[in-house]
Design a protein around this ligand. Structure first.
Ligand code: NAG
Length: 484
């Protein structure tokens, strides 16, 4: 056994932002200190872990090897990293109360009752967190339902009113909903002390209670929702002959063309959410061997039964292979690939899968009416469409499909939600058109709307995430880590 002290220091991309406490004399340090870090779906966030030991400061995992007296290539330990989104303030409760036979307070009429809710603080003080409206001139008021964040914290003012009485309850009790347990006697302590026959100053009844959680994209991913990422590539003749350097499909052994760059930038982010990393990839607008028929939804790997490619590299490989075998043709029809994915999405509407279709195209769309119809239908399904426009064409039609300004419609039907995000690839290229200025920025802009589109679907269908499975604990750590 080595006697050592360990600390783990956590560094963001540019600067360090935290260090755990030092734990002495252990080879299985269980760090207590937690770090809160902003999470962005659309960015790759690299974290660097530095171990600080009493021996020396060294980067990444090297310290474990040092502990084992530096045996190269020997597996020396495991770090368990648990990440959790802060769930504070996400639940909100909606409730409604009424009261019966309250004390009469007004000299000329009855009472003008309202309720004030106080939250009990840890130090024993109380903070106002909600006030109902005043119901005039009644001893049996029914207040409007109201919604407050479960962790509501309001700095209320305390102005003077005639006090009828009070009662205490807990969130747990209220959450039982309307029942005999949620009828409360309103007690005026002063009055009770003065009058022998005092029973109460009326009763308050909870009429209804419900809690709504605001779930996040990560809640669903942790609960097991799979992202099905499908790629569709434009093989129409307007892209130019792939053997010529002016072609958007130019196969240059030394450099990725625009299609490959766009695919890589977006795919590398999104693949992190797809557990098996097997991606169906389609092409459209080409003449296929052997008979030369035109297809608007052919598998890049030539296998319709199994259109999956292994990782982003697998898609790139199948893409290059297709360029050698098919003939670029036309017209540029989007509707077939949108409907293709929609057919699969229609079969799993229970929230267990969400489909993302990435269409990379040079943008001269020929079936606008059909595509709009396909999008309006797709908006009802668990799917989103990302369109990356490559080349110098006018992309007015794509901007229209994006629907950020005017929600897309077809034959008088408005799309239920926005499911299309369009990005012109040239905005991210340098002047020569050969280099992407920032792959990260491209991916960020392309993917930014996906989490909201995803949530809008789940919410509209009332789908809640499954509870996340317990975090992984290796043998020997069973009683640790579960809280982190
Ligand atoms: C994902 O979607 C594609 C269609 O775009 C389909 O071919 C494939 O079977 C789907 N995968 C799963 C696991 O449902």
């Amino acid at each position: 056994m080595f006697l050592i002290s360990l600390a783990l220091s956590l560094c963001g991309a540019d600067e360090g932002f935290g260090r755990t406490e030092v734990i002495d004399n252990t080879l299985n340090p269980d760090f207590v200190r937690k770090y809160i870090l902003d999470y962005f779906f659309e960015e790759k966030q690299n974290l660097r872990f530095d171990f600080l030991s009493s021996f020396q400061l060294c980067k990444s995992f090297i310290i474990f090897c040092v502990l084992h007296r530096g045996i190269p290539g020997k597996k020396c330990g495991t770090i368990i990293l648990s990440a959790e989104e802060l769930s504070n303030c996400r639940d909100s409760a909606t409730m409604q109360f009424c009261a019966n036979k309250l004390d009469k307070k007004d000299f000329f009429g009855k009472s003008d009752p309202f309720m004030v809710f106080y939250r009990s603080n840890e130090d024993g003080t109380f903070t106002i967190c909600h006030k109902t409206e005043v119901v005039k001139n009644t001893l049996n008021p029914v207040w409007q339902p109201f919604t407050i964040p479960v962790r509501a914290l309001c700095n209320g003012d305390y102005d003077s009113h005639d006090f009828i009485g009070d009662f205490t309850t807990s969130y747990r009790e209220l959450a039982r909903g309307q029942s005999q347990f949620n009828v409360y006697e309103v007690i005026n302590t002063k009055k009770k002390m003065k009058k022998k026959k005092y029973v109460n100053s009326g009763t308050v009844t909870l009429l209804s209670f419900s809690v709504e959680s605001e779930f996040t994209f990560l809640d669903y991913i942790k609960g097991g929702t799979q992202i099905n990422f499908t790629v569709a590539i434009d093989f129409t003749a307007s892209n130019g002959n792939p053997s010529q350097s002016t072609s958007l499909h130019y196969m240059n052994p030394y450099q990725l063309n625009a299609y490959a760059m766009a695919l890589k930038a977006v795919g590398e982010i999104i693949q992190d959410y797809d557990s098996d990393k097997m991606f169906p990839a389609l092409g459209f607008g080409a003449k296929l061997p052997p008979d030369g028929r035109v297809s608007h939804e052919f598998p890049l790997n030539g296998n319709m039964e199994n259109p999956y490619c292994n990782g982003i590299e697998g898609i790139l490989e199948a893409y290059h292979q297709s360029l050698k075998t098919v003939q670029l043709y036309g017209p540029t029809n989007f509707a077939p690939v949108v409907n293709h994915v929609a057919r699969y999405a229609a079969a799993v509407q229970d929230g267990s899968q969400y489909f993302v279709l990435l269409i990379i195209t040079d943008g001269v769309i020929s079936d606008m009416a059909q595509t709009k119809e396909a999008i309006v239908n797709g908006a009802k399904l668990p799917m989103s469409i990302i369109i990356v426009g490559v080349g110098q064409a006018e992309f007015d039609a794509m901007v229209e499909l994006d629907g950020d300004d005017i929600r897309i419609s077809s034959r008088g039907k408005l799309a239920e939600r926005d499911i299309v995000q369009f990005v012109p690839f040239r905005d991210y290229m340098d002047r020569t058109g050969n280099h992407v200025l920032s792959m990260a920025r491209l991916a960020k802009d392309v993917l930014a709307e996906i989490p909201d589109q995803f949530i809008s679907y789940m919410k509209s269908r009332g789908i809640k995430p499954n509870p996340a499975p317990p975090p992984y604990t290796p043998p020997g750590h069973q009683h640790h880590h579960t809280q982190i």
